[in-house]
Design a protein around this ligand. Structure first.
Ligand SMILES: Nc1ncnc2c1ncn2[C@@H]1O[C@H](COP(=O)(O)OP(=O)(O)OP(=O)(O)O)[C@@H](O)[C@H]1O
Length: 228
């Protein structure tokens, strides 16, 4: 589970990006975080990834207080949280296989596990045929599948996605969503920040709406029908 208790974030320039956020995300949930540009979605995600610290409140991850972590405690978090961004962020000089394997190498997985796990994940995201291609030889949708494979190869409990379909056409985006639903079905908790109304409204999942740094709606099988 992830829990935020009375979380606020004020940036150094005095801007209050999040105000008194209270949210509890159960293991296995799929949660959309939506809201207009500037509503605080990226800040919410940065707090979970420990890229920013809150100015008030508490964050719990599986009952462990992660509000303030020391540098040496961050790897604990990174093993539990996979992450995917709008712009894929693949390593251009590594093949698809190597990009995914690299995520396992940095946590010092045994080479035997790597050579077993990477082909399995590639098959799960439908990219077995592309293992030896480089990122610039792939379509946007394929690159995002590689990013997804890399994010889940170490079996994190949580997958955080920041606009994962933002650079993709609707059909390709739907393909990415299908992979995300499959990952969620296998037990991974997913938190996805997005502007993609159609995807949110079709999904019938939990929808949390942020507006000016506050949660203004939090509904199971929710919809995102606000203007902008
Ligand atoms: N490092 C920063 N310093 C000061 N203000 C910031 C910083 N990062 C974000 N903000 C401000 O905080 C508010 C929330 O920003 P955030 O990036 O979380 O919004 P968002 O909902 O993700 O927007 P978008 O959909 O455009 O990515 C905005 O008004 C933004 O200008």
């Amino acid at each position: 589970m992830i829990e935020m208790i009375d979380i606020s974030k004020e940036y150094k320039n005095g801007h209050k990006a999040l105000k008194n956020i209270n949210i509890y995300i159960e293991k296995g949930e799929f949660v959309f975080i939506v809201g207009a540009s500037g509503a605080g979605k990226s800040t919410f995600i940065k707090l979970l990834l420990k890229e920013e610290n809150p100015t008030a409140g508490k964050i719990l991850l599986d009952d462990r207080d992660i509000t303030y972590l020391r540098q040496r405690e961050i790897p604990y978090l990174r093993r539990n949280i996979g992450v995917v961004f709008q712009d894929f962020r693949l390593l251009p000089n590594k093949t698809v296989y190597e990009n995914i394997a690299f995520a396992m190498e940095i946590i010092e997985e045994h080479p035997k596990n790597i050579s077993k796990q990477v082909p399995m994940i590639l098959s799960m995201v439908g990219l077995s045929e592309r293992a030896n291609n480089y990122p610039d030889q792939l379509s946007g949708g394929e690159q995002q599948r590689v990013a997804l494979a890399r994010a889940i190869v170490n079996k994190p409990k949580f997958l955080i996605c920041d606009e994962p379909t933002g650079n993709l056409d609707p059909k390709t985006a739907q393909g990415i969503m299908d992979v995300l639903y499959k990952i969620n079905y296998s037990g991974t908790t997913i938190i996805m920040a997005t502007h993609a109304k159609e995807i949110v409204n079709e999904a019938k999942k939990r929808v949390v709406i942020l507006s000016n740094g506050e949660i203004v709606s939090d509904q199971q099988k929710g919809v995102y029908d606000h203007e902008n």
